[in-house]
Design a protein around this ligand. Structure first.
Ligand SMILES: C[S@@+](CC[C@H](N)C(=O)[O-])C[C@H]1O[C@@H](n2cnc3c(N)ncnc32)[C@H](O)[C@@H]1O
Length: 246
């Protein structure tokens, strides 16, 4: 079932990738090697602790904060669509920086956050849980919510479940990236911004070339919060040229 503001009872699984662990796991015996590595890495990761201290749902918040610190893509009053938003740390960052929660003086932004998983509401954001972004009906819903207006910034941190086979995972995330790009072309204001995550691979360059057809300024960004061993990188595409209407 699709939902807005999904109940929290269904959200436990959302946190498995982004858990905020502080304590040393007492007993790693019996756990798979990959789980042991994951737990150990979480404990040593300063961003995990920092996320907990600053009340972010997930360490990923710092990736967007670092991108924004350098490139100033988010500001009060902007309309943002956050694709692949669960558990919601980018949504938290976006609502704070656009003032979508109206907690500060000045322009009030709008944030629409979407994920195929259910996730907890974020104050000031319109949360669309249990909705697959790649399905036409989902995108129609977003257009309806925008009431004919366009977005200033589209974010995609969408990622498929990783198979562990690099080429397959790359291909799958590139499909999601193209879905986000296609949507962005229809939904972004001229001069608007798109941020898209991919796991690097053979199709990255072609994707970048395609972005350059529609955006005047395209950069590849790897924020400090991205783990060194990760193939993750973000395309930051700014100055949307708009689509020619003939
Ligand atoms: C890395 S997580 C996002 C973390 C999020 N940006 C945050 O800071 O909390 C990637 C998310 O992409 C979502 N996702 C993958 N495919 C999707 C799709 N087709 N439609 C919507 N969400 C999708 C996953 O469910 C997952 O929650």
């Amino acid at each position: 079932m699709n939902c807005f503001y999904k109940s929290v009872s269904q959200t436990r699984s959302v946190y498995t990738n982004c858990a905020l662990l502080k304590e040393t796991p007492r007993n790693l015996k019996g756990k798979k090697h990959s789980s042991q590595l994951w737990l150990t890495r979480q404990i040593r990761d300063p961003y995990v602790e920092k996320a907990k201290q600053e009340n972010y749902r997930c360490r990923s918040a710092f990736k967007l904060l670092q991108i924004n610190e350098k490139f100033k893509i988010l500001s009060p009053g902007l309309t943002v669509i956050d694709c692949g938003a669960a558990p919601g740390s980018w949504t938290q960052v976006a609502t704070n920086l656009t003032n979508a929660h109206a907690k500060n003086q000045g322009p009030i932004g709008e944030v629409y956050a979407i994920d195929k998983l259910p996730f907890y509401p974020v104050e000031g954001a319109t949360v669309l849980g249990n909705m697959d972004f790649t399905i036409a009906k989902t995108q129609e819903t977003l257009h309806q919510l925008l009431q004919g207006n366009k977005a200033d910034v589209i974010l995609s941190d969408m990622a498929p479940n990783a198979s562990g086979i690099r080429e397959i995972d790359h291909d799958n995330i590139v499909l999601l990236a193209y879905a986000a790009l296609k949507f962005a072309l229809q939904t972004t204001k001229v001069h608007g911004t798109l941020v898209i995550k991919i796991w690097d691979g053979g199709k990255s360059q072609q994707f970048e070339e395609n972005l350059l057809k529609f955006y005047d300024n395209v950069k590849v960004v790897k924020p400090d919060a991205t783990r060194d061993e990760s193939s993750e990188k973000f395309f930051l595409a700014r100055e949307f040229k708009g689509l020619k209407t003939s």
